[in-house]
Design a protein. Sequence first.
Length: 315
Amino acid sequence: MNISVVIPLLNEQDSLNELHDWIAKVMQSNHFSYEIIFIDDGSTDKSWKTIKQLSQKDSNIKGIRFLKNFGKSQALHAGFEKAQGDVVITMDADLQDNPEEIPELYNMIISEQYDMVSGWKKKRYDSVISKNLPSKLFNYAARKTSGVKLHDFNCGLKSYHKNVVKNIDVNGEMHRYIPVLAKNAGFTNIGEKVVQHQARKYGVTKFGMDRFIHGFLDLITIWFLSRFGRRPMHLFGALGVLMFAIGFAFAIYLGIDKLFLNPFGRLITQRPQFYISLVTMIIGTQFFVAGFLGEIILRTKQDKKRYLIKDQLNL
């Protein structure tokens, strides 16, 4: 099979028929063998009913329905597990991603041998204040932190070689950082393509300020995991040594001062340096304990399912 199109969605019933027809037209005109995997992430409208109807008239349609809303990352993870195509295309269900981009995204993986290609919505039709400016700030921070030189990390339209999606673990809300996850896994040939962005035709955006804040928190998380995820003691141990050394230096200073320089001065417990020494050595010890606990958890953790599937179609 040439292409798997993975589409996570939440309450997008109005756009699904049009999106399916558009994708099918592109695939058939380019003679691709394909599958379309819709992942219903706990929709409360008639999205799943629409997917069932589409699957009855088109055997290329496959569906996964979550028991409740588990998030876009979990939806992508489920889609990646089921995808059978040589190239996997992800896109949003709101018709803001253009299926006409699929052939070139496919060719960039097959012919130009990229591991993955990320779309870049250079011209956007979103609100400048609520989405465009925060997105630019977020992408700048992501580039500087991760070292992956992309303009638009959060674009839903991406293409992947099948080896990428089968070897990365998309969890939490890490769908924004799939290029970083791919790089950390060793897939470093990451390309970018300017793609057409379209104004939303149906429904309302799921983007809010909370997602903007969560994005930066996730950026810190992925920076930590990429550098110290397999060796937490390297970070916490270094901080522990630093804090303990500061505290111990103050303790030595107080001891020398009391014994040799000012034996009849104030009691050690009446000097602020005593409490600085005590607190920093305690914090240093806590950092060491955190490092040990991190190493123990890393060696004993068991993978746990992060979502529950209620129903499936053609899978």
